[in-house]
Write a protein that binds this ligand. Structure first.
Ligand SMILES: Cc1ncc(COP(=O)(O)O)c(C=O)c1O
Length: 430
């Protein structure tokens, strides 16, 4: 038995499923999860000292590469003066100012410790602000694991649960809670128009992944986004852009900067903490001022704005703001996708690719899907074989066909060539 197997067996005794977040368990693809011992740049090493090219990058945060020396130094410096105070610091102001500068729709921002907390708090705020209960989310979008958002959710829920029913995707979520959540198909303009016509004055918020990354990568159409923005404005509902994944990953100003949409609230996480537990929600001052201590919408956190996480986030945002960062990241990601597509074509495997900035999707399907329904029709068996063939050659893909992939600035040409060579062999094995 190898060391990964040993650790997996041991982990399962004290940790449910052996993991602290479900998709890590390899349940869709089968086999033994790799237990990581260290990482650097685009690589990580498992406990057997096997090196992998990392294409999940902690599911998004590690955009400047693992253990970037400048980020490590900033974190070490912050850690020397204690890890947490539970009182405000200047670093939090700097981070808030930086976020507001980079995302002009965000006038004020509140820091939290996870994307789940960000979306959960943004929804409460939207409900408190509007005095309404109903929210709209879209099929296949994942916004963290707050009760009201676990309906037809993507990511691990799509991997594990029967998400085909219009019911909670998870046990333990009362029907009573999700009755306030309306779930509509992504990219379906008519559906959202109809709902607003019928009950627009009861809708507190529409929450959307502006580029969906939890049902693989799915882009929204321009008409869909315009309809959402226009309808929410017309009916006084709050438009919440969940940019936990896309924020500072698809572009410096997030998906909203590429789409020319100004949401009312934005949720952030992942890249903004550079790999530390750090997230935020922010937006219009008029809405944000309803939060305690100014307003009557309560929200709080012992570790919110944690100084070590702030140091990591600030340094990461400084690095991604350097000239040419996103041009390079986008170019490299596109090059990788073109290489994978070429390799699949050579092997006559039906395969499609897409990417935005440092986020990508590949699909065992003849064309890029544009809906949750299309995603569920992909060839999952082909994906599983491909995943393992790539893993055997030292390339670590997301262990589920329903997840987007992530590159970093450290994924240079040599790394891309190695991935494409591995893919060429892997496609031939399908
Ligand atoms: C779009 C989106 N929102 C929210 C979340 C939840 O973030 P966290 O896992 O930090 O709670 C995720 C996590 O993957 C996400 O992708």
């Amino acid at each position: 038995m190898g060391r990964n197997e040993e650790l997996f067996e041991r982990a399962q005794k004290t940790i449910p499923g052996g993991v602290n977040s479900p998709v890590r368990a390899f349940r869709q693809v089968g086999g033994t999860p790799r237990f990581v011992s260290r990482a650097k740049g685009p690589y990580f090493w498992d406990v057997e000292d096997t090196r992998y090219i990392d294409l999940i990058m902690s599911w998004g945060p590690m955009i400047v590469g693992h253990a970037h020396p400048e980020v490590v130094e900033a974190v070490q410096r912050a850690a020397q003066t204690s890890f947490s105070y539970g009182a405000p610091t200047e670093g939090e102001i700097e981070l808030a100012e930086r976020i507001c500068e980079l995302m002009p729709s965000v006038e004020q921002v509140r820091m939290v410790s996870s994307g789940t907390e960000a979306t959960m708090s943004a929804l409460r705020l939207a409900r408190g602000y509007t005095g309404r209960d109903l929210i709209i989310k879209f099929e296949g979008c994942y916004h963290g694991h707050a009760d009201s958002l676990l309906v037809k959710a993507g990511s691990g829920l799509l991997t594990f649960a029967d998400s085909t029913q219009n019911a909670p995707s998870s046990a333990g979520v009362p029907q009573d809670v999700v009755k306030h959540t309306l779930v509509l198909p992504y990219n379906d303009v008519t559906a959202i128009e109809e709902v607003f016509q019928n009950q627009g004055d009861q809708i507190a918020a529409v929450i959307i992944e502006p580029i969906a990354g939890n049902m693989n990568l799915i882009k929204p159409s321009t008409e869909f986004l315009s309809a959402i923005r226009n309808l929410t404005s017309k009916y006084g509902s709050v438009l919440i852009y969940d940019e936990v994944m896309t924020g500072f990953r698809v572009a410096l100003g997030g998906a909203q900067s590429l789409q020319g949409i100004s949401p009312d609230l934005t949720c952030l996480g992942k890249v903004m903490g550079g790999g530390m537990p750090m997230a935020a929600f922010g937006g219009k001052k008029e809405i944000m001022s309803k939060l305690a201590p100014l307003g009557n919408v309560y929200q709080a956190g012992t570790l919110s704005g944690n100084p070590v996480a702030v140091a990591s986030g600030l340094k990461t945002l400084e690095i991604v703001s350097r000239p040419g960062f996103y041009e390079c990241l986008t170019g490299q990601t596109e090059k990788l996708m073109a290489g994978l597509k070429r390799a699949a074509d050579e092997a006559h495997v039906p395969f499609a690719v897409d990417s935005v900035g440092g986020m990508f999707g590949f699909y065992f399907a003849p064309q890029v899907p544009s809906s949750f329904e299309a995603v569920t029709k992909m060839d999952i068996e082909a994906f599983k074989k491909f995943f393992h063939a790539m893993l055997d050659q030292g390339v670590y893909l997301a262990p589920s066909a329903y997840e987007a992939g992530f590159t970093s600035i450290a994924h240079d040409n040599e790394v891309l060539d190695a991935i494409v060579s591995a893919a060429t062999i892997s496609f031939q094995k399908l």
